[in-house]
Design a protein around this ligand. Structure first.
Ligand code: UD1
Ligand code: MG
Length: 461
């Protein structure tokens, strides 16, 4: 086992990701592989797996007019080299597009499909182990609940893989086989170009099938093996229904990880994570919470029901919601309280600061232990530019105040309820912006008397 490990770490690895397919069944203006699972394009998930497997080279094959996919690929993996497959002539032809990285390469080559986003790095390690044991090819197979449409894995009496038969080319007997090709294939051959060159397009689809590499390798004296995994890990996304299925599988996995790491999810099936959500220990999440990308939640935070949170850092012991909306750039310090119907965007809140009810805090900062009253609005936008609001530490902003940015409320200052604050307020003072209250003693009694007389007079006529 130790020796296998050594072989695996000493062997260079190239991963080729195929994403040139048009994905017509998605019915979308977006290339298929840019559709998202848990807030990250499928291509990003697959490139994460490639990086986690320690690939020395990563090649991504895209179609013509897919510049956005190339840009995306480089953003997800700076080491990725992009190749364009001019015409979609099949999966073997797609690998040929990446020949420049394969020509002078000796080591393991793994081919992944960019529309198979749930794959785990540990599974690729198992494929590499089979190569280290001497196989020239290893194919990831799975037992399909419904094998329709998949290539079938043909094995001999010893369990050696002899061929992969595409559904359209399979005999009735071959179609009874339940073990299917996931599309993930690993190779250790001297000359990948020579293997690809021997694959023809003489088949039902008239395509160059990468799966035919198994028979080619067999004729060259190489052995091929099968490694299996659960179907849920190799779900291929070809339409929006499968996209939703993949999302569901990802979420189930992620909820399990969150709970295993010490978070309490009262109703796990109603909490939606992003691919990158980070939770501390003893975080409690009530039902119906959605995390967009870029959220870090520190220890002991409580997130009450029905919150939408993205691009936010939540300090330890904070209490969020119910019904809070935290948007990109919200940085909440230790023990912050954000209550119902409060929206926070691009605001840093100091430790123990509170905004407990009905507020919009956009672009600015709130000092330690400051209190933002119900109905407070940071008026950050003049129709052209965004401006900053700064509320000092221990300041108290009374209910229903509009703070018209750019504006600064000094440390410990008070803003009287209902004020429209357009000028800076100095530390420790009270700012009030409202007409003074008028009082007419005994007015109410006189008013009632007058009105009731009037009503009686009208009733008589
Ligand atoms: C393929 C496999 C099949 C397997 C199934 C698993 C072959 C011949 N068949 O069939 O055995 O059971 O996947 O889902 O490989 N692509 C290109 N260029 C092309 C053609 C495809 O880049 O010219 C890419 C696609 O973007 C996709 C992947 O290769 O990511 C697979 O292509 P697809 O046409 O979906 O193959 P399947 O018919 O599903
Ligand atoms: Mg497919």
């Amino acid at each position: 086992h130790q020796r296998l490990r050594e072989i695996m770490t000493a062997t260079p690895l190239t991963i080729v990701v195929l994403g040139a397919g048009k994905g017509t069944r998605m019915k979308s203006d977006l290339p298929k592989v840019m559709h998202k699972i848990a807030g990250r394009p499928m291509l990003g998930h697959v490139l994460d797996v490639a990086a986690a497997t320690g690939a020395n080279q990563i090649a991504v094959v895209i179609g013509p007019n897919m510049d956005a996919v190339g840009v995306g690929a480089r953003a997800f993996s700076p080491q990725a080299q992009i190749f364009v497959q001019a015409e979609q002539l099949g999966t073997a032809d797609a690998v040929k597009a990446a020949l420049p990285v394969l020509k002078a390469f000796t080591g393991d080559v793994i081919v992944l499909y960019a529309d198979t986003p749930l794959l785990q790095p540990a599974t690729l390690e198992r494929l590499r182990k089979v190569l280290a044991e001497g196989a020239a090819a290893a194919v990831l197979g799975f037992e399909a609940a419904d094998p329709t449409g998949y290539g079938r894995l043909l094995t001999d009496a010893n369990g050696t893989l002899t061929a992969i038969r595409e559904e359209k080319d399979a005999t009735t007997a071959e179609r009874q086989i339940q073990i299917c090709n996931s599309g993930v294939m690993a190779f250790r051959v001297n000359d990948m170009a020579a293997v690809l060159a021997r694959i023809s397009n003489d088949n039902a689809k008239g395509e160059y099938y990468l799966t035919d590499a198994i028979e080619v390798i067999a004729t060259m004296g190489g052995r091929a093996a099968v490694v299996t995994c659960p179907e849920s890990e190799v779900l291929g996304v070809n339409d929006r229904g499968q996209l939703a299925e993949a999302e569901a599988i990802f979420q189930t996995r992620r909820r399990g990880e969150a709970m295993a790491a010490g978070a309490t999810l009262i109703a796990p099936e109603t909490v939606w994570f992003s691919h990158d959500t980070r939770l501390g220990r003893d975080v409690v999440i009530q039902p119906n919470v959605f995390f967009g990308p870029g959220v870090v939640v520190e220890d002991g935070v409580e997130i009450l029901a029905n919150c939408h949170i993205e691009g936010t850092h939540i300090g330890s012991g904070a209490r969020i919601g119910p019904f809070a909306r935290l948007r990109p750039g919200a940085q909440l310090g230790t023990g912050v309280h954000i209550g119902n119907f409060v929206e926070v965007k691009n605001v840093k809140m100091g430790q123990g600061a509170k905004a407990n009810h009905l507020a919009y805090l956009g672009d600015g900062s709130v000092g330690d232990r400051a209190n933002i009253g119900a109905g407070t609005i940071f008026c950050n936008y003049d129709g052209f530019f965004k401006h900053q609001t700064s509320v000092g530490k221990e300041a108290f902003v009374g209910s229903n105040s509009a703070l018209v940015a750019p504006v600064t409320i000094g440390d410990g200052a008070y803003v009287g309820s209902g004020s429209v604050i357009t000028k800076d307020v100095s530390a420790g003072s009270l700012a009030l912006e409202r007409s003074s209250q008028v009082e007419r003693p005994t007015w109410a009694e006189k008013f009632r008397l007058m009105m009731s007389k009037k009503k009686k007079a009208e009733a008589k006529t």
